[in-house]
Every structure is written in structure tokens, then in C-alpha cells.
Ligand binder design. Structure first.
Ligand SMILES: *Cc1c(COP(=O)(O)O)cnc(C)c1O
Length: 462
């Protein structure tokens, strides 16, 4: 299995190389050269299997010969052993033909643990074999960073630097990043918003001298291995509800487009997904793009679902690459226009292709709060604000095909927003109850590339 860049001008890599590299050297994102298909029989055989076995069968064709079957099975087992639910990704019913896929039973209570715990184990296995060290840098709007730190803390051969927007993550998210005691963990509070954090990380990757000298590796949602890990729960959920004999649809609370792109990959592999519904908060660039054909950035407006507060959705580039018939030069052109003018028009042909798979909707702040209150009154289920955005949009797309909305975080990660909606403060699971009394360790940094790079060099020299 080979991996190619969405901009068509970077080296072709193997799975482990693409995982270690993150962002391609032409600025693009790595995608598999071909998407392996699963037959109806292969999919039917997943019914009733445990999550780990499903994960092995779904991901195996993408790995090539980077790991033996036994190694890969052991990696998967270690990745999900720390989850607080035996089913890993349980389904609960929310209403007639509407289901919630609970993806918040991992160590940091958000779906990002599914990918990050796996990638931590994959990195460790690959680095041990090569006898190498790497420096991981990532940008986070809250959940990625805590999941990355939780996955890599204390691992051999890895330093982790996470940039988060100072003052714009929830207290639980911040504490999950600043309280680990391991010295290979570095939480950096940047004076700026999430897009600034993401831009500085991209700059570090585009500074090839720096990138090579510190052996930079990325684990942001553009990392192909993360997308791959997320493909698995689309299969486990759909087969639980009768796929391949019965199609399902999914609604996905969307920011950087990584989670929903994994659903797109599952669909391309042959999983009968009728529609993938993009749910955005008031930062609705993707909803507007799908509706109007114009992808146009606006400033970020902070919301009660902060992990979806983005204006540029990095993984959307992967969907564009396919919609433009895998024309890397065309994608590179669009991305240049985006950088220079803040937007671009999607061609008619490409928008038609995207609309065959994706629907979209947007939930305002008031609608999000009303949905948290409504779901609690109707079912007793407490939704996190991100999940509530999804449920709100899904409710406008219910029909004969079962709808599965992804519950992306535990409500206790966002207690203020939840309390404002229902008057109750959701409790943290007992295994993390001491989070608020652990000492914090954080470094404040300016929104300045040179300063951040010298800090990284200094820290890894020690
Ligand atoms: C990251 C995140 C999202 C958005 O996922 P993307 O893959 O960036 O689209 C939604 N909800 C929560 C809770 C998240 O942490």
C-alpha cells in the first residue's frame, strides 16, 4: 500500500513513513493510492465481533507490510485496553430511528482517543524498530492536544509539544494537557486562536531545516493514521444496525473534517452509508461551501462547542482531491488561492460529486443549548455541546434510513455549557476525579515562529 500527496508533488511513501511525516513536503495531505474494498461478505462477517477484531480487519489492508499481523493485533489491543467501556464505541438509542455512537469512553473522554491511543502505540513500535527519536508537534482546539499527551506521555523516543489557544479551551481540556508529570510532555499556551496554532505548526513543517534537525512528526488530524483509526467505528456501528443488509446514515459534528472523512473512506470501502451529514456550529464554512459552492473563510467566532471553532478545515482537502478526480495540481491551485485571497470557488463538477455523499447543516448557539435541554428532557441523555450540534442537525435529516449521530465528547468535558442548558453539572468519571487538584505545568508563547522553534530546540536538547 502506497501513499500519495493531495498536491501531487511529494514523495510516495509507505504507511509508516506517511504516519511519521504527517504533512507532505508539497504542503499536501497523504492519502492511499487506492482505497481497498471490502466485499459484502467481508462486511457481514464483522457482525458480532469485538471492537479490536473489527479494527484489525478494517485497517489491515492499509498497513501494507509495515507490521506483522501479530504485531498489529498487539498494537490494537494495547491501544484500546485503557477505555472505560467493554464495547469501546457503544450505540444507544436517542429516538425513533436515531442512534448515538458514544465515542467518549477513552482516557480523555473524546473521540480523538480512538486515533491517538492507536497512533501512540504505532509510533512506539515503529521507533523501537528504527532506534530513532522524534519530536511531535501538534495544534489543538482542546481535545486533540489532551488526547496526544495522554497517548505519548512517558513513551520512549518521543517529545510532544502541543500548541493550544490561550484562554480558549475548557478547564478540563487545559488540565488534561498541563497536569501530566512526564518530562517528554510540553503544553504551550499560544497568544492567538486555534487557526494561529495550526498555522504555526504548518510553518514548522514547511521549515525543512528545522523539520529535519529535530525530526519533526505530526499527529494532527491531517495524519493519515488518525483518519484510518476512525474508519473502524463506522463499520462497528453500521454492522450493529444490520449493515451490509441495511444502509445507515451518519451525522458528524465537524471541525477539521477528519472524523467525517473517515466515514467517507468507510463508504468508499463498500460500507453502505446512504448519507454523511456534516454538522457545523456557527463557524459554518463547510455548510456554506456545500450550499453555495464557495469555500470562503471568515473570522473564527468562539462558541460553546470550541473543538469545532475553525475557519479552515484541513482534511477537506482530501475530499476535494477525490472530487477533482485526484488532480493534485488542481488542488494545489485552490489552496494557493485560499492562502492568497481567503477563499475559492469549487468547480461545478466537484461540488456535484461532494453533494452525492455529503449533506450539511448548521446549529446556532441557541439551537445547541435547546438541543441539550430537549434531549435531556426526552431521554435523560446528557449531550456535550458538540454532540448537541450533531443531534440538532441530524433531527432535520431523519427518515427511513437509521441515523447514527457521533457523540464526540463526554458532557463533563464542557460542564459550563451543559449546566447553562439543563441546570446540572455533569460529573467526571471517578477515574479522573482528582484532575482539579493536580498541579499544572504550562509555557506561554507568542504567536511567533522563530520563538517557538527555539523553545523546541532548547527543550529537546535537555
Ligand atoms: C475534534 C472534535 C470535533 C471535530 O472533529 P474533526 O475531525 O476536527 O471534524 C468535534 N467534537 C469534538 C468533541 C472534538 O474534540
Amino acid at each position: 500500500m502506497k501513499y500519495i500527496s493531495t498536491r501531487g508533488a511529494a514523495p510516495v511513501l509507505t504507511f509508516d513513513q506517511a504516519m511519521m511525516t504527517g504533512l507532505a513536503r508539497d504542503g499536501g495531505l497523504y492519502v492511499p493510492e487506492t482505497i481497498p474494498a471490502m466485499t459484502q461478505t467481508d462486511i457481514a462477517a464483522l457482525a458480532g465481533l469485538g471492537y479490536e477484531e473489527t479494527a484489525f480487519r478494517v485497517m489491515r489492508p492499509f498497513i501494507g507490510d509495515c507490521f506483522t499481523d501479530q504485531e498489529f493485533q498487539d498494537i490494537i489491543a494495547r491501544a484500546y485496553a485503557g477505555f472505560g467501556h467493554a464495547a469501546r464505541a457503544p450505540l444507544v438509542q436517542l429516538g425513533p430511528n436515531h442512534f448515538l455512537l458514544e465515542l467518549f469512553h477513552g482516557p480523555t473522554l473524546a473521540f480523538k482517543d480512538f486515533a491517538m491511543q492507536l497512533i501512540g502505540q504505532l509510533f512506539q513500535a515503529a521507533l523501537q524498530r528504527q532506534g530513532e527519536r522524534v519530536t511531535i508537534v501538534g495544534a489543538t482546539s482542546g481535545d486533540t492536544g489532551s488526547a496526544a499527551i495522554e497517548a505519548f506521555r512517558g513513551l520512549e523516543g518521543v517529545d510532544v509539544f502541543i500548541l493550544f489557544p490561550d484562554g480558549r479551551v475548557s478547564e478540563v481540556q487545559r488540565r488534561q494537557m498541563t497536569t501530566p508529570v512526564e518530562t517528554n510532555v510540553h503544553a504551550l499556551a499560544l497568544a492567538g486562536d486555534f487557526d494561529d496554532c495550526q498555522a504555526r505548526v504548518k510553518d514548522m513543517f514547511n521549515d525543512f531545516d528545522f523539520r529535519d534537525s529535530v525530526r519533526l512528526a505530526g499527529v494532527n488530524s491531517i495524519n493519515w493514521a488518525r483518519v484510518l483509526a476512525q474508519v473502524v467505528y463506522y463499520f462497528s456501528a453500521a454492522t450493529s444496525l444490520g449493515a451490509p443488509h441495511r444502509p445507515v446514515s451518519f451525522t458528524v459534528p465537524t471541525g477539521n473534517f477528519g472524523d467525517i472523512f473517515a466515514g467517507y473512506v468507510a463508504r468508499r470501502m463498500g460500507l453502505p452509508i446512504e448519507r454523511l451529514v456534516i454538522a457545523t456550529n456557527q463557524n459554518d464554512i463547510l455548510h456554506r461551501a456545500l450550499k453555495t459552492g464557495r469555500y470562503q473563510t471568515e473570522g473564527v467566532r468562539p462558541s460553546i462547542s470550541p473543538s469545532m471553532d475553525i475557519q479552515v478545515s484541513s482534511n477537506f482537502e482530501r475530499a476535494l482531491f477525490d472530487a477533482y478526480g485526484r488532480d493534485g495540481a488542481a488542488v494545489a491551485q485552490l489552496m494557493q488561492e485560499l492562502r492568497q485571497t481567503g477563499g475559492f470557488r469549487i468547480s461545478q463538477g466537484a461540488i456535484d460529486v461532494l453533494r452525492e455523499t455529503f449533506l450539511s447543516g448548521r446549529a446556532s448557539e441557541d439551537e445547541t443549548r435547546a438541543t441539550i435541554a430537549g434531549a435531556f428532557a426526552a431521554t435523560g441523555e446528557i449531550l456535550c455541546p458538540h454532540t448537541a450540534v450533531g443531534v440538532n442537525v441530524a433531527e432535520r435529516h431523519l427518515g427511513p434510513v437509521p441515523m447514527i449521530t457521533l457523540a464526540t465528547a463526554h458532557p463533563a468535558k464542557f460542564p459550563d455549557a451543559v449546566e447553562a442548558a439543563i441546570g446540572l453539572r455533569p460529573a467526571l468519571p471517578p477515574r479522573m476525579a482528582d484532575l482539579f487538584v493536580r498541579p499544572e505545568r504550562v509555557t506561554r508563547v507568542a504567536n511567533d515562529l522563530a520563538g517557538i522553534e527555539s523553545l523546541v530546540r532548547e527543550r529537546i536538547a535537555n
